[in-house]
Each structure stands twice: as C-alpha cells, then as structure tokens.
Ligand binder design. Structure first.
Ligand code: BTN
Length: 254
C-alpha cells in the first residue's frame, strides 16, 4: 500500500504491517537496526497492543490506527513529561481541524470527547536518545465493537463524527500536525503548547481522584499542568500538589 504523507520528514519512511504484537516493538527493533529519525510503523492490528501501566490497548483489525514514530531526542530536550501532552495536543488538533470534532486533552496522555470518553491514547517509551511515540486512535469503531468493560469509557472518531472516516486521512492529519509540534518541542519552544493546552485541558477545574503509581489515592481539583508536564492538584485543605504521573478520574459530585 502506498500512502503519500503531506509532511517534510515525519513518516517519509513508513512501514505498514498487517499484524504485529505491538508497533512499539517493531519500531524499537527498527531503531536498533538503523531507522532514520521520523520513521513510522503503522499496523492494521496488534495482538499485544500496550497502554501505560502494563494494560493492554484494544487493537482489532480493519478499524483503527496504531502507529509508532521513532524520534531522535535533541541533546537538550525539554522534560519528557511534556512530550505526551504535546503529542496529545497534536492528535486533538488534527481531529479538531480536519474532522471538526470537539475533543480535548486529558492529562497525561489521552484525547477525550466532551463527556470524557477516550478516543486516543499516547504511549512514550524512551530508548537511549530515541523516543518511541506510540499513538492509538479509535477511528471507525462502533459501540458494539467495544468489549463491555470499554463501552462506558471509550469512543471513536466515527461515533463522534456520525459517519465513517478514512483511516489514512486521520493518519495524514496526525503526522502533519505532529511534525510541526515536534519541531517546536525539540527547539524548546513550549509557549504554544501551554497556550493551546489551556484551551483543551479537559481536567482543568474538575474534581479529580488521582491514583499514583505507588497506590496512593489523592482527591482534589485539577489546576492545570506545570512547565514539566506535571498535574497540579489543589487538595481539599487548599494546598497544591504537583504529580508527575498518575491515572486520573473525575469524581462524581459528592
Ligand atoms: C495509553 O492510553 O495509556 C496509551 C495507549 C497507546 C496505544 C498505542 S497503539 C500504537 C502503539 N503500540 C502500542 O502497543 N501502544 C501504542
């Protein structure tokens, strides 16, 4: 299959694969074997698609986008915690601009509908001076395609747009936006990221419950993110905490 991508360097070298365990693993092996900066792996389906926290990413064939971009980190890169937000902003902007979808960024690496249902997730893995930027987008899934446990929390481009969309148009839009956002990030220009994120930050002002990697649970109000990409949470006693990693859910009104 030949896809011409409207980019200058990102995805100009692309491997399209029918079935893989995870595009992250294919990209990793490719970097070890000499992939160029901006090489992209895209698969039709994954048998062991990964989320963060060791969870698996639902990756059926024929409907969605699963891709990993291999990107060489600059010698003085901004904090890596800002990269997943940057990629989520690029994906959200691609869906807003090209498909007129009202989607938002949910810290730290999700793209969600106004009701909080997730339609894209970002997984960033670092390998020496490379970032393996994994992006999964639910494109043409309908509710019945989702396993019961995902039905209340996931959505897709198709569900939001009310019609089927061309997966490759979604891919092209994402690569085009990601190329521009990466160039800003690699040059240390983070001001545009904070500006766009302020408008797209789905959590801001909401009552949240954060599950930290060590099992601690924190309740508070989301107050945006720090310049290192950490979540700012105001606790019920008024104090502020900054959290570098965690899983966030919005608390129902108490
Ligand atoms: C998350 O939501 O925590 C991250 C989900 C990332 C899924 C994508 S699909 C393409 C790439 N390959 C994987 O195994 N995972 C990422």
């Amino acid at each position: 299959m030949l896809i011409t991508v409207p980019t200058r360097w990102l995805g100009k070298v692309m491997r399209w694969m029918e079935t893989v365990a995870s595009t992250q693993d294919v990209a990793k092996a490719w970097v070890q074997g000499g992939a160029p900066h901006g090489a992209v792996v895209v698969a039709d389906q994954q048998t062991q698609g990964r989320e963060r926290w060791g969870r698996s990413w639902f990756s059926p064939p024929g409907k969605n986008l699963y891709l990993t971009a291999a990107l060489q980190l600059p010698t003085t890169a901004p904090p890596l915690g800002t990269l997943s937000l940057l990629v989520a902003v690029a994906v959200a902007e691609a869906l807003r601009t090209n498909f007129q979808l009202s989607v938002f960024v949910k810290w730290a690496n999700d793209v969600v509908a106004p009701n909080g249902r997730k339609l894209a997730g970002i997984l960033i893995e670092q390998m020496s001076n490379w970032a393996l930027v994994g992006i999964g987008v639910n494109v043409n899934l309908v509710e019945d395609d989702l396993p019961p446990e995902l039905q209340p929390i996931a959505t897709s481009v198709r569900i939001l747009a009310g019609k089927e969309v061309d997966r490759w148009e979604v891919l092209k839009a994402i690569l085009q936006l990601l190329e521009t956002w990466w160039e800003r990030w690699a040059a240390g220009e983070l001001a545009p990221l904070w500006q766009v994120l302020e408008a797209l930050d789905w959590l801001r002002g909401k009552p949240v419950r954060v599950f930290l990697p060590d099992g601690t649970v924190i309740d508070g109000t989301a107050m945006g993110v720090t310049e290192a990409g950490e979540l700012r949470v105001q606790l019920t006693d008024g104090s502020l905490q900054t959290l570098p990693a965690g899983d966030v859910s919005v608390r129902p009104h108490e």
